[in-house]
Design a protein around this ligand. Structure first.
Ligand SMILES: [Fe+2]
Length: 342
């Protein structure tokens, strides 16, 4: 105990320095007042417009406190009952699942949320709800690869891609969640085989989806895996960018989709307003703002897909319950390690 206590100030100081270096807000979160909602947000994809529309509609002010997923998770845990946060908004079902498991999110029984968000994109105990959908699929250089050469995530382990594959490092949650859902589908032995075959192709490991796309465009690699909206953001500015998405696993399990989403905190002081905010964010009106500002797919099927993203055509998404990204996250991390996928 003594050792731990004596180390804590140093750890906090180091975290503060890292946070400062990353440009994060290291000040205390704002205090929320009755009738306001305080959102801890680790999602940084232009959600402010939806919050403003909510305030306009309801008169309820929304305050934001931004941070990384890890920072906000630790903060919520440390604050416990004293937390000023009413809502946690973050990316990846794996992160939402972790927060729910740690007891940081509470059950919300809202018929509106239940009808807006499909069951596979929310927690079965209604502690979190997916609000936007992102497809993590194969991206290829349009001058060096023909779509006919592509098929599945598994097939990226084919020796023909040796030295031609870019992958995000396995330490980041996006590919952990992909592997986790593969474990749910295929079991650990088969998924390990797949990860091993990727590693055998000596992928260029890059810790940024945007940089993977740039590497593919530059010919540093020919194929890779990224979330679709990173490409949409680039193509919106540069229509001639020589990278296109290929919808993976259309003949089999479907393309892996994940969510960004939110839940009401366990110790929310403004619970009723927080639930109202979530209901609004899931409504077609707010979903349309998300879809058009971030190029993600709306989670609510009543909202319309952004026209740029729609040019990539319809695809069959993997309809597995996205909670499996959390359930098998630890197994996925260990598996990547065993497979030599760094
Ligand atoms: Fe992202």
């Amino acid at each position: 105990m003594t050792r731990r206590t004596s180390f804590r100030p140093t750890a906090i100081a180091i975290m503060g320095i890292i946070a400062l270096a990353l440009g994060l807000d290291v000040t205390a979160p704002p205090v929320s007042h009755a009738g306001e909602v305080l959102v801890y947000s680790a999602r940084h994809y232009g959600e402010e417009a939806a919050f403003q529309a909510f305030t306009k509609k309801t008169g309820i002010q929304v305050k934001m406190f931004n941070g990384s997923t890890g920072e906000l998770f630790e903060r919520l845990k440390a604050e416990g009952e004293r937390t000023p946060a009413d809502v946690l908004l973050t990316v990846d079902a794996g992160n939402l699942w972790n927060a729910a498991r740690a007891g940081l999110l509470s059950k919300v029984d809202s018929p509106e949320l239940a009808s807006s968000i499909p069951p596979n994109l929310r927690d079965q105990d209604n502690r979190w709800f997916g609000l936007t959908v992102r497809a993590r699929t194969i991206m290829y250089n349009t001058t060096r690869v023909k779509p006919a050469e592509l098929s599945t995530y598994e097939a990226l382990g084919d020796p023909k891609w040796k030295g031609r594959l870019c992958l995000r490092t396995s330490g980041y949650i996006y590919n952990q969640s992909l592997l986790a859902t593969m474990i749910k589908r295929h079991g650990e032995p088969r998924t390990e085989e797949i990860a091993r075959s990727w590693a055998a192709n000596q992928p260029v490991l890059i810790n940024s989806d945007g940089k993977i796309l740039e590497a593919i465009a530059a010919g540093q690699c020919d194929v890779g895996l990224t979330n679709h909206y990173y490409l949409a953001r680039i193509v919106a500015k540069d229509a001639a960018f020589p990278v296109a998405p290929f919808w993976a696993n259309q003949q089999t399990t479907g393309t892996h989709v994940n969510v960004s989403g939110a839940g009401v905190t366990t110790h929310a002081k403004n619970r009723a307003s927080a639930v109202k905010l979530l209901e609004f964010l899931a409504s077609p009106e707010a979903q349309q703002m998300f879809a058009d500002l971030s190029f993600e797919y709306p989670a609510n099927p009543q909202a319309v897909i952004n026209p740029l993203v729609a040019t990539w055509g319809k695809f069959k998404p993997d309809d597995i319950n996205i909670a499996s990204a959390g359930e098998f996250q630890a197994a996925a991390t260990r598996l990547a390690d065993r497979a030599g996928y760094k």
